[in-house]
Design a protein around this ligand. Structure first.
Ligand code: ATP
Length: 303
């Protein structure tokens, strides 16, 4: 995506958006409801025309691809299936239209665990089965790039774990996988990189590891039954100390070794000292806080 922009009447849905989903990685595409994710994915597939900028698949516009199913597999809307059509027949007409062999249909049915449901009409499918069918359709052409719009939305924990594993294995095969979500927690353990957008604009384009490290901010978790004494000792040594539940303290501004030395020296008992690991959700909150300030500044600068 380079400088993508899309306006719907008064709404600037996507604004100056640039990012790349790279081979061998799961790129999480995250932003709150209405941030512009679906609009971006539609522009990638040529279903919406950008007002400015371009979206390329393997260096070319999607609409110019001669064998699109073999270049980019996509699930934008899992319910976009004729309810009276059986799952296998749905996949067969797609394969036929894309010039793909029939045996590929059976392969993707196996890959997505749909074997026992393939003869049933899609209208009676649960949400989880519809998602599997949408993913099967995306995999038909064995494409090097895949994108899924909110694939875990509304799924049970088992379904979420399955999709997460599938995305990881597709990326491990060297494919570029772009997956959108409005919940950061859904991407925890699933994405390598994150592209975060808000109100159509890029907020962050970063590896998950870098984001978590920045959000963890060198803080240390301390477990102690003598919380008050520990907080007094550490605050006196210049640390910023926050009570984090019964028997737990979060310490900023002192390394773990120094905390251990201080508490031992003062005879304060403790049972654990560990580096604080921020959750992806925490990291997201920090990012969004910055984004709000950024938006306020951007708003003032606007003509
Ligand atoms: N066809 C359309 N006509 C008018 N406005 C639209 C259209 N499509 C999207 N929008 C608006 O553009 C903005 C971005 O919408 P979009 O659906 O891309 O967001 P999203 O990040 O995918 O949100 P969600 O997580 O809710 O799916 C929203 O304000 C939406 O109301």
């Amino acid at each position: 995506m380079r400088g993508l922009r899309k306006r719907y009447g008064p709404t600037l849905a996507v604004d100056a958006l640039s990012f790349t989903a790279r081979p061998g990685q799961v790129t999480g595409f995250v932003g709150p409801n209405g941030a512009g994710k679906s609009t971006t994915l539609r522009m990638i597939m040529g279903l919406d025309r950008p007002d400015a900028g371009s979206a390329l698949v393997g260096g070319r516009p999607y609409r110019s691809l001669r064998t699109p199913l073999c270049r980019l597999g996509a699930m934008l809307d899992a319910s976009a299936v004729h309810p009276a059509r059986r799952a296998r027949d749905h996949l067969r007409w797609l394969a036929h239209a894309g010039g793909l062999p029939r045996r590929r249909v059976e392969e993707v049915i196996e890959l997505t665990g749909l074997a026992s449901a393939a003869g049933r009409r899609a209208g009676g499918f649960s949400l989880g089965m519809r998602q599997r069918l949408g993913i099967a359709a995306a995999l038909l052409g064995d494409p090097p790039a895949l994108m899924f719009d909110e694939p875990v939305n509304g799924l049970d924990p088992e379904g979420i774990t399955w999709i997460r594993g599938l995305l990881r294995s597709l990326a491990a095969e060297g494919r570029a996988v772009l997956v959108s979500s409005h919940l950061m927690s859904e991407l925890e353990g699933g994405a390598d990189r994150l592209v975060v957008i808000g109100r159509g604009r890029l907020i962050a384009d970063t590896s998950v590891a870098d984001l978590l490290e920045a959000a963890s901010g060198g803080r240390v978790e301390l477990r102690t039954a003598e919380r008050q004494e520990a907080m007094t000792v550490l605050a006196r040594a210049g640390a910023t100390v926050t009570a984090a539940g019964p028997g737990a303290v979060t310490v900023a501004g002192l390394p773990a070794e120094r905390i251990i030395a201080l508490l031992t020296g003062e005879g304060v008992a403790f049972s654990g000292v560990s580096e604080h690991r921020a959750s992806l959700e925490e990291a997201y909150m920090e990012l969004t806080r910055d984004a709000v300030e950024f938006r306020a500044v951007a708003g003032r600068e606007a003509p």
